[in-house]
Design a binder for this molecule. Structure first.
Ligand code: BTN
Length: 256
């Protein structure tokens, strides 16, 4: 294990744990939280995850030493347990800001609920795990997989990387520094109570906003135009039967 520190943030990554290999950085963070009281903003990063986890029980595959696979632990007791999704919005906004330092922002979109797309392909995924105390969150583990220097994605035609999109390699430590800075900015915005700004930016960047798209719903199909997300992270669609809100898992895009 190596511990380093970042010098471009207030507290994110001041305590940085770097392991050559881990099953999953989120799992490591969970263990850390169960045994100790980690410093706010602790970052765990690994060169290789042998059992990386994605959304909805999927796995997260990442070629060794080529990408960012990390987790950040934040003390999130200022967030109401019934509205955890504002944190997802802040993290997605931070990731888009990071990528927009290298790629024109008009090429970047957030695919509800948590995917970051570049020119329609997935470049990054987010897996947030929260602990709750009473009506507030206690801690959040923000797991981020960001494809940086990987070129081939066998069996994943919808995946891309910064290198594929920019035509050059990137320094992973520099990307991590930028990532932590961008995430911290949006995290602090949320902590200052600026939820509506967070949501407005997320909605501006939402994939397919204002366009009629086809969705899968309970084995059937639905046409709906995304308008934005609500306080609990449901996507609001304009449909032939009026405005409807759907939770993640109830509905999915048929294709992008
Ligand atoms: C998704 O399915 O899009 C979410 C992917 C999240 C992957 C990251 S990689 C670092 C962290 N540790 C994990 O096991 N998963 C997250």
């Amino acid at each position: 294990m190596a511990t380093r520190t970042l010098n471009n943030t207030l507290f994110t990554g001041k305590f940085l744990i770097h392991e050559a290999e881990l099953p999953s950085t989120n799992q490591f963070a969970r263990k850390l939280l169960s045994k100790t009281n980690p410093t706010d903003g602790t970052v765990i990063i690994t060169d290789f995850q042998s059992a990386g986890r994605g959304q909805a029980g999927n796995s997260w595959q990442s070629a060794p030493g080529q990408n960012i696979t990390c987790s950040i632990i934040y003390n999130t007791s200022f967030i109401e347990a019934r509205q955890p999704y504002f944190l997802n919005m802040a993290v997605a906004n931070g990731l888009v800001d990071l990528l927009a330092r290298r790629i024109d922002e008009s090429e970047l979109r957030i695919k509800w609920p948590n995917d970051i797309l570049c020119r329609g392909k997935k470049v990054s995924g987010i897996l947030i795990e929260n602990t709750v105390m009473g009506d507030r969150l206690k801690h959040s583990i923000i797991g981020i997989g960001l494809n940086v220097n990987q070129v081939e994605f066998p069996g994943l035609p919808g995946a891309t990387s910064l290198r594929n999109e920019c035509g050059r390699e990137f320094d992973l430590h520099e990307i991590l520094q930028d990532l932590c800075q961008c995430l911290e900015k949006h995290y602090l915005r949320l902590r200052e109570g600026r939820e509506e700004e967070t949501r407005a930016l997320y909605n501006e960047r939402l994939f397919g906003r204002g366009q009629e798209l086809s969705w899968q719903l309970n084995g059937g199909k639905l046409k709906g135009t995304p308008l934005g997300v609500d306080d609990v992270g449901r996507i609001i669609l304009e449909t032939d039967d009026g405005r409807k809100a759907f939770l993640h898992g109830e509905i999915s895009l048929i294709k992008i």
